[in-house]
Design a protein around this ligand. Sequence first.
Ligand code: NAD
Ligand code: TDX
Length: 330
Amino acid sequence: MRKRIPKILVTGGAGFIGSAFVRFLIKQGVLPVILDKLTYAGDLRRLHEVKGRFKLYKTDICNKRGVEDIFAKEKPDIIVHFAAESHVDRSINDATPFIETNIQGTQILMDAGRKHNINRFIFISTDEVYGEIARGKFNENSPVKPNSPYAASKAAADFLVQVYVRTYNFPAIIVRPSNNYGPWQYPEKLIPLAILRVLDGAKIPVYGKGLNVREWLYVDDCVAGISKIMSKGKIGEVYNLGSAQESKNIDTVRLLLEALGANGDRFEFVKDRLGHDIRYSLNSKKLCHELGWKPGVLLAQGLKFTVEWSFKHQRWLKSKLKDINKFYNK
Ligand code: NAD
Ligand code: TDX
């Protein structure tokens, strides 16, 4: 008898990382189902090249009835849960949608998953649940100690997933990726925002003195890691997913200006973010050793790809300018 291909439901599949995951699945011959509310951060143009090869439900994951109806109709085997409010600065302005989508939405999805006996629930958490670390690296057993409303909402969901595994034997796996970048990222996050500002003739705003460190993971490497975890990861486990490509923000901005062919002084130091985490750093040996994943893209190389892509997709980036300027009060 031929093995049935599992049906994969991707929440947040019209977002930055979710859409990269959907394109990846489709290239492997899988036709996924997407559940996405299409908030300001969702955009179907990210899926243009795979149009017609996925099924889309425009639904809020907080709509319990809507989610249950989709599960009853589609009978998914695997849920890969990306949908979230994802921007730290927005969470500092207003935590409400973060609490609703990131915590309650995750609960509703897991309850629907329990009711319909799904095989696997992959929860995309974040490195930010650990909080900041001045020296050394976080491993999967490091304490969870979030510092922003965004990170607290992701940590609450991350705990809830762990509790469902223990209480109900729920078949979940947690992934904690570091900062992603690459094509189609919404230009509210540092790298695409910096590119958009330069394309628009403005200066890049660098918070504080630009000394905060992030671990930059090219989105295709992230997607490959999630795919490994989805197929080979152990139920109930947590996997860090980082690139070891650490860089101070000011150095990242300088590398980016070089890749853009712009003057090295096209940035300005601005007021720091409230509660700004100084450094994130992940030990991702568990994923590398146990599941055989490794990142392939170095930061300087990934920034070059991203800049090349941005030159070709200026219209898309610039279509977000009004929203970005409204948010950052420009
Ligand atoms: P994104 O903001 O680009 O996309 C989020 C997607 O979720 C959008 O398509 C949006 O429409 C959808 N969505 C939001 N609220 C929803 C709701 N209530 N119901 C249904 N859909 C909803 O986010 P991203 O950067 O692609 O991040 C994806 C996931 O990865 C998130 O869970 C985020 O916390 C996590 N993560 C992101 C990064 C990063 O650097 N971007 C790093 C680590 C972890
Ligand atoms: O204009 C800016 N200037 C600046 O200096 C912006 C938007 C950011 N920054 C700094 C803040 C951070 O130190 O750059 C660094 C990166 O900022 P973001 O791109 O906003 O990402 P970060 O806050 O690190 O969070 C990201 O990584 C973890 C994602 O947004 C989260 O979704 C993910 O979970």
